[in-house]
Design a protein around this ligand. Structure first.
Ligand SMILES: [Zn+2]
Length: 491
């Protein structure tokens, strides 16, 4: 054995009860589980009193560029994440010429010169393997850049030939190893796609196992219509569905998650594989551009500018942390005009935090057995990002599972590991069984918690003792080791 972790309370990722035992690692795999006291090992970690779980799968990340810009990925591995699923919300990295549109949103435009070169998804996955980050990377092909490549930012549904162009590129992305396809129906250009376009693209994945993940058209007053559309796309496309960051956003929509979860249950009863993911906070975060566009079009209900604060505005750090209403007062403008002035100055680089959800809804969604955990962290290099970027997984384990008892800890671990690994086709990951890859996180169940706040978001969680990716330690005694053993995980 290269490593034996002794006497840990082992959560195997299945959702079953924990068992105190030893886990042995040889090279990149779990080699033995049981009493390994007599087993010679290069390194022994005494884990008495600590919990060992499969490394967490962040099914909802936006680290497409961050894996190259900040390859140690400290904000993710620091919370126990060993696999990042990138390409969510229709925002992605290929083809690169089209994906340039997203660089500013992810704070990457000022450093795009340090990115490796790639064009299509095959090239992106190869670039990850060539210059790996500290965590594994699994990729959803994103609708946005495929659509920009096919038809520019045309504000209309795609014509047949344009759908065919996108379908060819999606087919190639799946062949290269992408695990599915994502849409972002509040963003440019995804908002102009109709249901038929999305069904046609979902059908490309029928029979080969890719899933359809969606940031739906409306998470406010028309949440239920949006869930119905997502389910219809899955059903008619013949593919599994992942509803991204499931929530009811806007006080007038609070409570609708009970009905949206019932829609998920109904669809599952009909045999459609519908699941969702969630970040454990009552605030969201996105581009100010999308918020203004939605406000002007009346999507999701009226914006409350007193509850929308600037997270990142690289050219104007003095705006960060202040609400749009406050900035409107300071500029002597109406809030929406202040928001437009900020966009004029910052473009897509203006990212905001929106306090728009109900705590009861967050708990209702979390308690549902089909909800996975996904951070939705936006890895801006500057400013005050939403604390979910650093704290999501620790917050679920500590605050919600241990302290608030919204779900048992073994169930919380399952929703971060075994459940997503199965859904996203991550072979030999997400469980502690002999032969699986040694993606592991060792944490203190008594102290694990997020400590990142809206005011001070760049703080690593408490209670994460060790993290291993493919058998190599990336966090030891709470500190990053500098190792970068991540891999591109192909479908
Ligand atoms: Zn989204």
């Amino acid at each position: 054995m290269d490593l034996v972790i002794r006497a840990a309370t082992v959560y195997d990722g299945s959702g079953g009860r924990a068992l105190q035992t030893d886990v042995g690692v040889a090279a990149d795999r779990i080699a033995a589980i049981g009493d390994l006291a007599a087993e010679p090992a290069a390194q022994v970690v005494d884990a008495t009193g600590l919990a060992l779980a499969p490394g967490f799968v962040d099914v909802h990340s936006h680290d497409d560029f961050a894996v190259f810009l900040t390859p140690e990925m400290d904000f993710k591995v620091g919370q126990g994440v060993t696999t990042d699923v990138v390409g969510n919300c229709g925002l992605g990295a290929a083809p690169f010429s089209a994906a340039r549109a997203y660089l500013a949103f992810f704070g990457a435009d000022r450093r795009s010169n340090v990115l490796p070169e790639w064009d299509d998804y095959a090239g992106y996955l190869d670039a990850v393997d060539h210059d790996p980050p500290s965590c594994n990377v699994s990729v959803l092909a994103a609708h946005g850049p495929l659509r920009l490549d096919a038809m520019g930012n045309a504000r209309r549904p795609a014509a047949e030939a344009e759908v065919a162009h996108m379908a060819d590129a999606l087919g190639a992305a799946l062949d290269a190893g992408c695990v599915g396809f994502s849409s972002g129906l509040i963003y440019e250009p995804g908002r102009y796609a109709d249901t038929a376009e999305l069904i046609a693209l979902a059908q490309v994945m029928g029979g080969i196992g890719g899933l359809y993940a969606t940031h739906m058209r409306d998470e406010g007053l028309h949440l239920l219509d949006a869930v119905r559309e997502a389910i219809e796309i899955g059903e008619r496309g013949g593919v599994p569905v992942q509803i991204s960051h499931h929530k009811a956003s806007n006080p007038a929509a609070w409570g609708l998650v009970r009905q949206s979860l019932a829609l998920i249950d109904e669809a599952r009863a009909r045999g459609i594989d519908v699941t969702a993911d969630q970040y454990p906070y009552t605030a969201g975060s996105t581009s100010l551009f999308a918020v203004v566009q939605n406000a002007e079009e009346g999507i999701a209900g009226p914006a409350d500018w007193t509850r929308i604060a600037v997270a990142s505005s690289p050219g104007h750090p003095e705006w960060e942390g202040r609400t749009i209403a406050e900035l409107g007062d300071a500029m002597d403008r109406e809030p929406i005009d202040a928001a437009k002035a900020i966009i004029d100055a910052e473009g897509y680089g203006a990212v905001v935090i929106i306090h728009s959800m109900d705590e009861d809804d967050v708990r209702t969604v979390m308690a549902h057995p089909t909800t996975m955990i996904g951070s939705d962290g936006i890895p801006t290099l500057t400013g005050k990002p939403h604390p979910r970027l650093y704290g999501t997984f620790a917050r679920v384990l500590g605050h919600y599972a241990r302290d608030e008892r919204v779900l048992p800890i073994e169930e919380a671990v399952h929703r971060m590991t075994g459940l997503p690994a199965t859904k996203f086709g991550l072979t030999d990951r997400g469980s502690i069984v002999e032969g699986a890859y040694a993606d592991l996180v060792l944490f203190d169940p008594a102290t694990v918690d997020d400590v990142a706040t809206y005011e001070s978001p760049r703080r690593h969680p408490a209670g994460i003792h060790g993290v291993w990716v493919n058998g190599t330690a990336v966090v030891r005694d709470g500190e990053h080791t500098g190792a970068r053993p991540g891999r591109a995980l192909r479908r």
